[in-house]
Unconditional design. Structure first.
Length: 180
């Protein structure tokens, strides 16, 4: 099988794929070479590269497998019409949503406490009460309530007054209806 990685310079991903799929040929190209990859590959791995409808017209592509969660750059409708399977890695339970949620909360805390300013005050020898705002007793608006949004809410429940998930379109998440 021939697998096309739609990004160049992803040495770790190439190493992992080649280690786990030694019988397959894995080639790479940048975004400008996506249609060329599609013309010769059975599988495309987009990473963050757009896969347009033209990649599915008369090509041997049978599968687009995202090396992560997001498929926003893949023309899923065109792939479906061409009989091409499109798949991604689930967000929840893989460490993806969990680690991104933790990073998002860490960044919220750093912004709330003006961490760069705190470091500058420390270097200048100015010490005192912490400045900024704590997450404790705050209300947090979560824009998007997919896997990452759910994990952010789960982690914030203990320290905040609550969270307000917001989604532009209503859909079910984790088997329950969420506010739109």
């Amino acid at each position: 099988m021939k697998i096309g990685l739609c990004v160049t310079g992803a040495a770790r991903i190439l190493t992992e794929l080649r280690a786990h799929l030694p019988q397959d040929e894995i080639i790479e190209a940048d975004a400008s070479g996506v249609l060329g990859l599609a013309a010769e590959c059975d599988v495309l791995i987009p990473i963050m590269t757009a896969i347009p409808a033209a990649a599915f017209a008369g090509t041997p592509v049978k599968l687009v497998q995202q090396y992560g969660v997001g498929l926003e750059g893949v023309d899923v409708e065109a792939a479906t019409r061409a009989g091409v399977w499109v798949a991604n890695v689930p967000s929840l339970g893989t460490g993806n949503a969990e680690s991104v949620a933790e990073l998002a909360i860490a960044l919220m805390m750093m912004l709330g406490r003006d961490l760069p300013g705190a470091f500058a005050r420390f270097r200048a020898g100015r010490f005192g009460a912490p400045l900024g705002q704590a997450l404790w007793r705050s209300t947090v608006l979560i824009l998007g309530y997919g896997g990452i949004g759910e994990e952010i809410a789960r982690r914030l429940r203990a320290s905040t007054h609550g969270s307000s998930p917001f989604r532009a379109t209503a859909r079910k998440a984790s088997g329950r209806a969420m506010p739109a």
